[in-house]
Write a protein that binds this ligand. Sequence first.
Ligand code: RIB
Length: 299
Amino acid sequence: MSEVTVLGIFVADLSFSANKIPTTGETILGDKYNIGPGGKGCNQAIALARLGCNVNFISKIGNDDYGKLALNSLEQNKIDTSNIIISKEHQTGVAGIHVDRNTGQNAITVIRGAPASFTKDDIDINIIKKSKIFLTQLEIPIEVTLHCLKVAKESGLINILNPAPACKLDKEFFSLSDYFTPNEAEAEFYTGVKIKNENDAKESAKKLLALGLKKVIITLGEKGLFYSDGKEEIYIKALPFKKVEDTTGAGDAFNGGLAYALSKNKSIKECLNIANQVAGLSTLKLGAGNSMPLLTDLK
Ligand code: RIB
C-alpha cells in the first residue's frame, strides 16, 4: 500500500541554461545543459519519495532510451514502477526547457509522447483505492484524470489537483478536488484576476472557491503562496535564496511537499510551510526531478 498515488507524465527534460531565453529567430550560446527526469507527475513523485513517502506513480513511457532513463530515475528514488506502462507503439516524452540563468525563469515545450495515448482502461483503479492521497495534474488526457479523481473520491482519498497546464475544466473537477493548487498564471486563467499582490490573490481565491472548490492554494513564485478555505486565510512569503538557478519544477516540489505533509496529518499551516520550503530548495539546481530536496535538507 502506498501513502500517495501520483498520476501524470514522465518526460526527459532537456534543460539549457543561458544568459537569457532566446526570442524568435535568435540563436544564442548557452553555458550548461542537463538531461534528467521531468514531467509534472514524475517531479511530484520524486519530491514525495525524497521526503520519505511511499509513492506509487502511474504513467506511460516508450520502449526507448528515455524510457530507460525514466525507469532508472524512478528506481533510484525508490518509487514503485509496477504501474508504469511501457508502450511498444509510442515514444517516451521529451521537454525542451530554456532557462535564464540570471532569474531562474524558464520557457517550456512539452512533447508528451506515450502518456498522450492514456485511456481509462490503462488504469488499475485498485492501486488508487489503496492510497491515502491522490495527486494529479493536467498533462494526461483529461477524461482519464477525471475518471481517477472520481475513483479516488469514492474511495475516500484526499484529492490534490494541480491544474497545470491550465485548460478549460468541467465543474466536476472542482467538486472532486479537496486541494486545488494553481500558480498565479493558472489562477488568472480560471478567474480572470491578474495577481500582483496579496489582495489580488485573495480576490482570485474567492472566485476559485465560488467555482465549488473547498481549499485553494495559489503559488505566487517569489512572492510565496496564498491559502484559503473560505474561513481561514494564510499568506506565506517565499524563502529568500541568494541564487536561484532554475525554477522549473518548483510548483511540482510544492505539490509533492504538500502531499507529503498531508499524508503525515500535519496542520494546514505546517503543510504550507513544508511545501514552501521544498519548493524553494528545488530551485537551487538546474533541472526539475533531480533538483528535489531530501527530507534532511529541510529545516
Ligand atoms: O513543472 C515542470 C515540468 O513541466 C517540467 O519538468 C516539464 O517536463 C513540464 O512537464
